[in-house]
Design a protein around this ligand. Structure first.
Ligand code: MG
Length: 389
């Protein structure tokens, strides 16, 4: 198994406008091209990656690209896509079975598509990922009136990576050069030789960022991941007293005493709230829920967490996961932890697998050990969701 990926990112992005070529636009804390770099680096079928960039890009971007695993070379591209692919091919070391050529402006390529293209190209010589065309398709010579409708079942949109056996790609590039032909993709190059190009399923997610509005579709697709993360930590402790129900993690627990507090005393949710607010730099629970405020007397702490989550979402943050510790001698937290995880997950808008609640004792030491109170710690990770501007 041996495949080289050539990621072509040499375009100046004229159709996109702006000063930064679209393939290097920052999305969260990453440049657009890093999304595909990540996917190719992680693919088990890829041995080596060559990235083709435009002349004059900042050295910091070259260094950033080189930090990705398997990147062997960063080379300068030419005036056309074909020239850029040729520059990439010249940098290929050894004799790989297949070369996969990918548009640097297609950030959402998946590992499945990479493997599918690789396997089919290895078997049949050349393969490209395609998607059906949802719109009706018309043919018009003058662009003013319809000459005829074209059955769209026979038409497909070609995506990348396009996979070609290395020797076939080299022959095709040579032939195109000899004949002075400029091809818009590798499939067309292979057609020049009269060789077959196989189709494999692509994906609508695997979009090409061409126009400014494409960034919005891209951001909608990656709603789940931007790389712009922040962590927060929280701690809280309350006294155990008789005559109060015990709330921990948003659930009521059968116990002979409860936690004393201005609210329901749920120190786990208070620690969690502080972690949330801290992650977003929004202060702490006392700032948003002053302990002397009569309007919040006896408030359920689930309301406090909900309020914090709302504040965070107003700032564009979403919770990724939370890890919590409850320190007490009794009650035993282990048997309750799944219920607490579910309760916390629903407050945070994540799944229970993204929440952990662990119980700890202190071997009789301290106020927790003597049963005078319960303390809690929480760490949360939040992520900034792209705002779409
Ligand atoms: Mg508290």
């Amino acid at each position: 198994m041996s495949a080289v990926a050539i990621i072509v990112a040499a375009g100046k992005g004229e159709r996109f406008g702006g000063e930064v070529p679209k393939q290097f636009l920052p999305v969260g804390k990453r440049a657009l091209i890093e999304f595909s770099l990540q996917e190719f680096s992680a693919s088990p079928v890829i041995d080596s990656i060559i990235v083709v960039v435009p002349r004059g890009i900042p050295e910091s971007l070259v260094n950033l690209i080189m930090t990705y695993r398997k990147v062997d070379a960063v080379v300068f591209g030419g005036k056309t896509r074909q020239e850029s692919v040729e520059a990439g091919v010249r940098a290929v070391r050894g004799n790989p079975d297949v070369v996969l050529v990918h548009d640097g402006a297609r950030p959402l390529v998946s590992g499945e598509i990479i493997e599918r293209v690789y396997r089919e190209a290895k078997k049949s010589g050349a393969a490209i990922p395609v998607v059906p065309i949802p719109d009706s398709v018309k043919r018009s010579e003058d662009g003013r009136v319809v000459d005829r409708s074209v059955p769209r079942e026979t038409l497909f949109r070609a995506q990348t990576p396009q996979g070609v056996r290395f020797e076939l790609l080299k022959r095709a590039l040579e032939k195109a050069r000899e004949e002075g032909v400029s091809c818009s993709d590798e499939a067309q190059l292979v057609e020049l030789l009269g060789e077959k190009v196989s189709l494999v399923p692509g994906s609508r997610r695997n979009l090409k960022v061409t126009f400014p509005e494409d960034i919005l579709s891209f951001k909608a697709f990656i709603g789940e991941y931007t790389g712009d993360f922040r962590v927060g930590i929280g701690y809280d402790a309350h006294r155990l007293v008789e005559g109060r129900p015990l709330y921990l993690g948003g659930i009521e627990i059968e116990f002979d005493r409860g936690l004393l507090g201005h609210s329901d005393g749920d120190c786990l949710l208070h620690a969690l709230t502080d972690a949330l607010l801290g992650a977003a730099g929004l202060g702490d629970i006392g700032k948003h829920f002053p302990p002397g405020d009569p309007s919040t007397e006896g408030i359920r702490s689930t309301e406090i967490v909900r309020h914090a989550v709302e504040l965070l979402s107003g700032e564009g943050y979403r919770v990724v996961n939370a890890d919590c510790v409850v320190v007490c001698e009794k009650p035993k937290i282990g048997p309750l932890s799944d219920k607490m995880r579910e309760s916390i997950a629903s407050l945070l808008g994540v799944s229970p697998e993204d929440v952990s609640v662990k119980g700890k004792t202190t071997e009789g030491m301290g106020f927790e050990g003597r049963g005078e109170g319960i303390s809690s710690l929480a760490v949360v990770l939040v992520e900034k969701v792209p705002s779409g501007e």
